[in-house]
Design a protein around this ligand. Structure first.
Ligand code: DGY
Length: 338
């Protein structure tokens, strides 16, 4: 097949199969040679003259970057979340934005459960204790954690990932509550989940797990007020986006043991942590690795490449976020509005 005459930027190295797809299909593909986030000035310079950009959640794609990328047809985000992109600004410039839903659902749900176990059963804390030579033998009161089986799991945001987390509770005979603007009948049938308001979920859950998109409505959805409603024996899990939780308020709640613990894969100002968080034994804090399996990251990158190539070919990308930029062509194929 003839190559697409297109100049493509990949803002940071992603799994090779995706780079191979792009190199095979496009006349020019440039990958940031350094394994680091491009600084703003570098990003502004790098996007210039590109037809398409494969970008990451660590790239802030705002109006300035979109203007610098004048002529670009698509920004293909290698993430399901796209809060790093000003979609309205892209739409105003008729630039397609795509994301990678579905392929990371299982990996992220698995990581959520890993956090649940880790924080409730104090695994990282116990590991540090043993390595430090402090383990002097079995003791009846050593490292007592929270019970899991038979407890109540509260899911905030019952979309793909929230649902997958809830379904994994089946082996643990848990009661499942969920809070979402939409009813999820499949979830209700599968695990007898009950849709409740946010305060009821916070009041009754032993594990509160957050799975919403980050937008103006969900920024600090969990703050001091919400943390105060939770049981002192309850745990908070967040594998969505850091700013959904007021991290400063969470540190205070954890420090004062107003809740039992937190498992956080995401942070409000990544890679910075709120002061005091790193010193808390009742917080488990991996570095945003929810989707970090070889298989999942490969699927994310190849899906981003698929979306990017579709847009360059004038086809509708499978995961377009702003379909308004597409218009049906006389041949029935979707084409970019110009
Ligand atoms: C996403 O895709 O939004 C995830 O946060 C990446 O791990």
């Amino acid at each position: 097949m003839a190559k697409i005459n297109a100049n493509v930027l990949v803002t940071r190295r992603v799994p090779q199969p995706a780079l191979d797809m792009l190199a095979e299909a496009c006349s020019r593909v440039e990958v940031n040679p350094d394994d680091r986030v491009l600084a703003r000035e570098e990003l502004l310079a790098a996007v210039k003259g590109r037809d398409a950009v494969l970008c990451l959640l660590t790239d802030t794609i705002d109006a300035g970057v979109l203007d610098a990328a004048k002529g670009a047809r698509v920004f293909a985000n290698c993430a399901v979340g796209y809060n790093n992109i000003d979609v309205a600004a892209a739409t105003a410039r008729r630039i397609a934005v795509t994301n990678t839903p579905g392929v990371l659902t299982d990996a992220t749900a698995d990581l959520t459960w890993a956090l649940l176990f880790a924080v409730a059963r104090r695994i990282p804390e116990g590991d540090r204790y043993t390595r430090a030579g402090r383990f002097k033998g079995w003791a009846p009161m050593l490292m007592l954690g929270g019970d899991i089986s038979g407890r109540t799991l509260g899911i905030i945001g019952a979309g793909r990932i929230g649902t997958a987390v809830a379904l994994r509770s089946r082996g643990f005979r848990m009661r499942v509550l969920y809070f979402d603007k939409l009813q999820n009948e499949a979830l209700e049938q599968a695990v007898d989940a009950q849709r409740v308001d946010l305060d009821t979920l916070l009041r009754e859950s032993d594990f509160v797990s957050v799975h919403v998109n980050l937008d103006a409505a969900t920024h600090h959805l969990i703050g001091a007020r919400e943390l105060a409603i939770m049981k002192p024996t309850a745990y908070l899990l967040n594998t969505s986006r850091g700013p959904v939780v007021d991290e400063k308020a969470l540190v205070a709640a954890l420090r004062e043991r107003r809740i039992a613990g937190a498992g956080l894969d995401v942070f409000e100002n990544e890679p910075e942590l709120a002061p005091g968080l790193a010193g808390l034994d009742n917080a488990v804090i991996p570095p945003h690795v929810g989707s970090a399996t070889i298989g999942t990251r490969t699927k994310m990158a190849t899906l981003a490449a698929t979306n990017l190539l579709a847009a360059l070919r004038g086809e509708r990308p499978p995961n377009i976020v702003n379909p308004e930029v597409m218009a049906p062509s006389p041949t029935g194929r979707a084409a970019m509005q110009t």
